[in-house]
Each structure stands twice: as C-alpha cells, then as structure tokens.
Write a new protein. Sequence first.
Lengths: 109, 109
Amino acid sequence: MTITARNLFTGASAPAGVEQCLTLFESANVRVERIVSNTHSSPADFWYDQPEDEWVMVLRGQATLEFAGGGSVAMRAGDHVTIASHVRHRVMETGADTIWLAVHVKPQP
Amino acid sequence: MTITARNLFTGASAPAGVEQCLTLFESANVRVERIVSNTHSSPADFWYDQPEDEWVMVLRGQATLEFAGGGSVAMRAGDHVTIASHVRHRVMETGADTIWLAVHVKPQP
C-alpha cells in the first residue's frame, strides 16, 4: 500500500480580497479544511452562526476574528481558538495569503 | 464574550527520544491533538492499528511514517496524509522537536 503526502502550502495563494476553501479530509463527523484568505474580510454585518463547534488555527500570516457580542481576537501563526456552536463571528481582516486550518464538527442526524 | 487564542508553538519542546501529546480540541466525534516528537520513533515491531480514520500533518520539522504492508512516507512541514482505519503504521523517525497536528475521528457507540 502506498500513501502519498500532499503539501498544504502548495498553491496556497488567492486573489486579493478573496477567500478560497479546500477540503483536506472529510468523514461522517468532521471536515478538515484549508482556507486561504488574501486580505479578506467578511461582508459588513455578516455573521457566521454555525450549528456545531469549530476549531481553527492560523498556519501562516495573521488575521482578526470579531464576535457579535463584542470583542475580537488577533491571531498569528500557531494561534488557535475554539468557536463554540452559535457563537456569531466574522473575519474582521486577514493578511496576505493567510492560511487557516479549520476543523468543522459536522451536524449529526 | 471573550475568546482568547492559544499558540500551538508555545512549550512545543520534548526531551530527546520522547513524544508528548496535548489535546487542543475535543468533541463527541473528534479530537484534535498536538504531538511534539523529538527524535522519536515507535518501538521496533510496534504498529498503531486504529479503529477510526486519522488525518495528520507535520507543522514543523520532519518525520517518516512506515506502513505494515511495506512502504513509507517522508513528511516535511505542511505535508499531510489520511491514515484510514486499521491501516497499521508506526513512526519510523522524526527530527528535533517536530510538531504533528492530528485529527482523530472518535469511535461511535
């Protein structure tokens, strides 16, 4: 049996202002995603409101998350947070070709 | 509500020959783990044989995984593989203070 590694940094570039998502692993319960954000922010007054928990880290670059209840968190490479279900949040800003790694717990039937 | 980021590289050092695990996120379905391996290898003739899939990447350093059916995969920073359930594998070698990020799908009742 041959297992080949893929590299997460390959092709990790997006046009300015754009966010690109790539699924790296998926099972019935979880989805692991690479997100490349190049000087991207969520639309004004847009809030993510997810039914399940998400764990996310910055792999390269920097970013700031904003929370609907007030407050924000500035993140650099290696920083990680857990965003509990229904904690409304948005991407306030990201640096050039910032890479996120997101682990999404999938809703269960 | 205040969310604080933790940094994955903080304290990411282990004694020579040792592997240290830290759970970063856990839910009913998934566990995300940081593994620091400092010139570590699995015991000879030891094979991991896991009931569920695992997705793993090298965040820093380098490592080689070996598979029971023959073959190995050399991994550097950014490289990731999916190890399907019951694919027997072991850590052949790692570099100094190599950091893995592992996403373990948990067995379901």
